[in-house]
Design a protein around this ligand. Structure first.
Ligand SMILES: *Cc1c(COP(=O)(O)O)cnc(C)c1O
Length: 388
């Protein structure tokens, strides 16, 4: 039985040709024409003035936060349901973290709770400088409320669009919100450079300062002169070439992930107590990039949680995954402030990410669906296996 991966990269001759071109051009040293072109193409796609290609999405978040003056003695507000990289980037700056709970319908940060958290933190005397909404699993956060509320409070909005390239909200592309946004091209994201990321912004000062910091903060003199601590965060020309090949095929890959989403929606339609995260109210998922499809299973209907489902799928050589374990439950962030409703913990206990990669076949998705159904039905009627 073939292994069904969660979100495997799909590489074709298009990417091979781009990478060969980079290798043969002699631009093996970091930077080069593919980096410049890749930045230009992504900036255009995301509707921003400029972009900076980096070694990771985490590096992009870090540089954006430095621009927002995140530093020891300040606080940055982050959704609790996210990948650790969002919170790690804050920790690199020395700022304190405050975690905010999710909306139950789509798992994204609860925007009004986030704004209330800022007011509470300020009432305690904390200096809140930034908030990082995350576009969870390829669906934009609730920017209309967040943009207005953060602007009114003078708090910088940094968009973590690592999972959301190609998604949009009311016609505005993911990556265009806030003072800056971070994209990730890690191996299992919607498109990959095998490892890499990008910082997007309309603020050319922000981008040029980040560019300077990302190349070891070298002063423009003939020798190596430094007045700041810099980072080695740039993307190489070879990886940018891979990214340009992937970008040419991005729309097709998103289209396939959307088809897979629809197959899951149709295949699960008759099951009570099972929902696809982010589907339906308050808006449909047509504008999501459908990076990962997540299903949430009501334990009272089925008597089964995410653990059991992930292991049942794994036993059939299918890679499924828990939703992100909330950051406020992570030992490393035990000291951080938290603003909770219980929604993220519930989603973590009940939610599973199903295989969603663009290279999966219809037969693969059928196999996932039947294994998933068998797992639920086996859990609901355990007497079938023990007493029949
Ligand atoms: C993948 C991811 C990142 C980090 O990107 P890297 O390129 O792996 O550093 C940040 N935030 C979220 C939400 C992610 O999913």
């Amino acid at each position: 039985m073939n292994r069904i991966h969660l979100s495997k990269a799909e590489i074709t001759e298009v990417e091979e040709e781009f990478v060969l071109d980079a290798l043969r051009s002699g631009w093996i040293a970091p930077l080069g024409p593919h980096v410049d072109a890749f930045e230009h193409e992504i900036a255009e796609r995301c509707g921003v003035a400029g972009a900076l290609a980096l070694s990771s999405g985490t590096a992009a978040l870090h540089l954006a936060l430095l621009h927002a003056a995140a530093a020891p003695g300040t606080t940055v507000v982050v959704p609790t349901m996210t990948f650790a990289a969002t919170a790690n980037a804050v920790a690199y700056t020395g700022a304190d973290l405050a975690f905010v709970d999710s909306r139950e319908d789509d798992g994204n940060v609860e925007p009004r709770l986030l704004l209330r958290a800022i007011d509470e933190l300020r009432a305690e005397g904390r200096d809140v400088v930034a908030a990082i909404p995350v576009d969870l699993f390829g669906r934009c956060a609730d920017y209309p409320i967040l943009e207005e509320g953060l602007a009114a409070r003078g708090v910088a909005l940094v968009e973590d669009a690592a999972e959301a390239l190609g998604a949009s909200l009311d016609g505005r592309p993911a990556g265009c919100f806030g003072i800056a946004a971070a994209l990730s091209f890690n191996g299992n994201k919607i498109m990959t450079t095998s490892g890499g990321g990008m910082l997007l912004s309309d603020d050319t000062d922000l981008l040029s300062r980040a560019r300077y910091l990302s190349t070891q903060a070298r002063q423009p003199v003939p020798w190596y002169e430094h007045t700041d601590i810099g980072f080695n965060y740039r993307m190489s020309n070879i990886l940018a070439a891979l990214g340009r090949g992937q970008l040419q095929r991005l729309d097709g890959m998103i289209q396939r992930r959307r088809e897979i989403r629809q197959m899951y929606v149709d295949g699960l339609a008759g099951l009570d107590g099972v929902r696809v995260l982010g589907r339906g109210w308050p808006r449909d998922d047509r504008d999501d990039n459908c990076w990962l499809t997540s299903v949430v299973v009501d334990p009272e209907t089925w008597g089964v949680g995410a653990d059991a489902i992930v292991s049942a799928l794994s036993a059939q050589n299918i890679e499924a995954r828990h939703l992100w374990k909330p950051m406020h439950l992570q030992p490393v962030f035990a000291g951080a402030s938290r603003h909770l409703t219980g929604a993220s913990e519930k989603l973590f206990r009940q939610g599973v990410n199903l295989p969603s990669g663009a290279s999966l076949t219809d037969a693969d998705i059928d196999r996932v669906l039947s294994t998933f159904r068998n797992c639920l039905e086996g859990a609901r009627w355990p007497h079938r296996s023990t007493h029949v």
